[in-house]
Design a protein around this ligand. Structure first.
Ligand code: ZN
Length: 333
């Protein structure tokens, strides 16, 4: 399959950090494929690559990114570009475009710059690997993304009373780490009560940090995510953090979601709707007012991503190209 062969060619370049010579090489390779497919190729000031079908038509773009994290997988970003080109080539409709945004992994620099320029499409649909296990668990090859989660990251500090680990009786201690441990478990329980929300304590600093000293202070970070502001604030309040802070969730455009759903249904596949727990270029475009959506392809190997074990099956990829084609056809008309 041509899609797999192209993924192989991109993987051969190796790690492709944003704006590195390797990312440049990947963009060059893609630009060649775009020209072969008869697309008009344009590179904007931020280095984003756009291939467009000539002629007048609704400007509907698909695509993703070709940069990677260090030691990343071969599907993250790249699949959305090569499958997007495949779909655009199949349809041959004027106005359709494939975009490759620069430097997504370190904070979506390319799509943010593009949004600042205001030269944007009428709709955007990004195909991407799920990077999680939900489609695997649902036994579904494809998923329709409803929102890209917003998040808030805050630091909590718990204070107690430091003291001698040998001479201070257990009764009457004020051990900051024991209090923090209770807080961490309470955060987990609170997140389980808010649908589609997650909360993670990922770092913890114990002071003064001696093996024979009762901890006097502990600070830890909390990363809270939810598909909409109401649930994000509900969870933040439930765990005693300040609501209203962080990155806003990006809700996908209803028309784009409907087109993706119809295309998946047309293939006789179950329609699984899910929020994206990771950030994507589609979220940046959605926040800039472009009706946007995402199609997820099932991730194998337990859903692992940002890892060389990242995998999606050739069968699922073939279905994804079909679904993307069907959805773009609906959006273009
Ligand atoms: Zn990605």
């Amino acid at each position: 399959m041509r899609v797999l062969d192209r993924l192989e060619q991109l993987a051969a370049i190796g790690d492709r950090i944003g704006y590195s010579p390797e990312e440049d090489a990947a963009h060059e390779l893609a630009a060649g494929w775009f020209r072969e497919a008869g697309l008009e190729v344009e590179v904007d000031d931020a280095g984003n690559l756009l291939g467009r079908r000539p002629g007048d038509g609704r400007a509907v773009w698909t695509g993703s990114h070709l940069d990677t994290v260090p030691s990343g997988g071969r599907y993250d970003g790249a699949l959305g570009v090569v499958a997007g080109l495949e779909a655009v080539e199949r349809l041959g409709l004027p106005g359709l475009g494939v975009v490759v945004f620069r430097d997504e992994e370190r904070g979506c620099a390319g799509s943010r710059a593009r949004c600042d320029s205001r030269a944007l499409p009428d709709a955007f649909l990004e195909l991407h690997v799920e990077q999680g296990p939900r489609l695997l668990n649902a036994d579904a090859p494809l998923g329709v993304v409803t929102a890209i989660v917003g998040y808030s990251r805050q630091t909590v500090t718990v204070t107690g009373r430091a003291g001698h680990a040998g001479t201070t009786p257990m009764a009457g201690r004020d051990d900051a780490l024991c209090t923090a441990a209770e807080r961490v478990l309470a955060i987990r329980d609170a997140a389980q009560r808010v649908p589609e929300a997650v909360a993670t304590v990922g770092t913890l600093t114990v002071e003064p940090g001696g093996v024979n000293v009762i901890p006097g202070a502990v600070s830890f970070t909390v990363d809270v995510r939810a598909p909409d502001r109401a649930r994000l604030d509900e969870l933040l309040a439930a765990i005693g953090l300040q609501p209203g802070l962080g990155t806003e969730p990006a809700v996908m455009g209803p028309d784009v979601v409907a087109a993706a759903r119809a295309a998946v249904e047309e293939l006789g596949l179950p329609v699984v709707e899910l929020p994206s727990g990771a950030g994507h270029d589609a979220g940046i475009l959605a926040s800039a007012g472009v009706p946007s959506g995402m199609l997820f392809v099932r991730s194998q190997n337990g859903g692992v991503s940002h890892n060389p074990d990242e995998l999606s099956s050739p069968e699922d990829i073939a279905l994804a190209v079909d679904a993307l084609t069907g959805a773009l056809r609906r959006l273009a008309s």
